[in-house]
Design a protein around this ligand. Structure first.
Ligand SMILES: [Zn+2]
Length: 303
């Protein structure tokens, strides 16, 4: 609607700058993680039924694997600090730090004020996929999760077995919280195995059939003690629809592995972010040193 200025093309041709260059982040020693993984043995598993959710716990230094155990199936993953539900996975900042789709070596970061790695991807059988000709990639942190509120907004229907509700039920069952309280802790997900992108011409969010096949998996090191929940999305391979019973759906398998002996060499669980949380208030306050509560104190007080 607005008139194009004379220098429109000059303005458009300004080169982009990567906001958070990969040099700025300390890279995890994936080789050391993999050596520790080789020595780890399976200690538990959880099968997440189609169109349902399931919770699992992984201690810091242990590994967890999510697999398409029977056929192509997209999963929506939530993570919380096992001792503090207010520290949860932060998909937006993870996207800003690592890009729209995650791969081996990328980390799942926790929300403010904690902002520390919760998990690190150590193996992904789909890392060959990269980005396709449509701009689609696998394991995105751009979608949110299918939820009954958007469904109701758009269609007026009630669909209870969408990912938001599956995650809420899983967390409620695991913690004993009433489901309406549990859902307040459900957050934007890592879309495991989902293939998504944005259309180049209109910038619209798209999904397409997941390239995952039976046996494909993604594996993580838990950087801190984790409570996780996974939903086997009612969209199945997400090739056409979700939030209905139309798509073919499969279960997902979550397995936990622990080493009897060593954790990865030179590894220790990361501390919460070191920012003082002064937010500039203390610049004018006399008692600045005593009133600051760091995220470290916060997580300690909630344990
Ligand atoms: Zn879903």
């Amino acid at each position: 609607m607005s008139g194009k200025p004379d220098d429109a093309e000059v303005r458009r041709s300004v080169k982009p700058v990567i906001v958070y260059g990969s040099d700025a982040l300390q890279t995890p020693d994936i080789a050391a993680y993999r050596i520790a993984r080789t020595a780890a043995e399976k200690i538990g598993e959880r099968i997440v039924a189609p169109r349902d959710g399931g919770a699992f716990r992984v201690a810091a230094g242990q590994f967890f694997r999510i697999s398409c155990m029977e056929g192509t199936q997209v999963g929506d993953l939530n993570l919380w600090s096992a001792n503090n539900l207010s520290e949860h996975f932060y998909s937006g900042k993870t996207r800003a730090l690592h890009g729209t789709h995650l791969d081996t070596g990328d980390r799942l970061w926790s929300c403010l004020p904690y902002l520390r790695p919760m998990a690190t991807i150590v193996h992904d059988t789909l890392d060959w996929y990269g980005f396709d000709m449509f701009g689609g990639g696998v394991h995105d942190v751009i979608g949110t999760r299918c939820d009954p509120y958007t469904q109701h907004l758009l269609s007026g229907n009630e669909y209870h077995h969408c990912c938001h509700s599956n995650l809420a039920r899983a967390l409620a069952n695991e913690t004993g919280l009433p489901v309406q309280q549990a859902e307040l802790h459900v957050h934007d997900v890592l879309n495991v195995f989902m293939c998504t992108g944005f259309t180049r011409d209109t910038g619209q969010y798209f999904m397409k059939a997941s390239p995952a096949r039976r046996g494909d998996y993604i594996e993580f090191l838990a950087e801190i003690d984790l409570l996780g929940a996974l939903s086997a999305c009612p969209g199945g391979d997400c090739s056409s629809t979700h939030s209905s019973d139309e798509a073919t759906c499969h279960p997902l398998l979550v397995e936990v592995f622990a080493s009897a002996g060593e954790s990865p060499e030179n590894w220790s669980p990361p501390l919460p972010n070191g920012y003082s949380r002064g937010h500039g208030i203390q610049e004018n306050a006399a008692s600045s040193a005593t009133s600051t509560m760091s995220p470290k104190d916060l997580s300690r007080s909630s344990e």
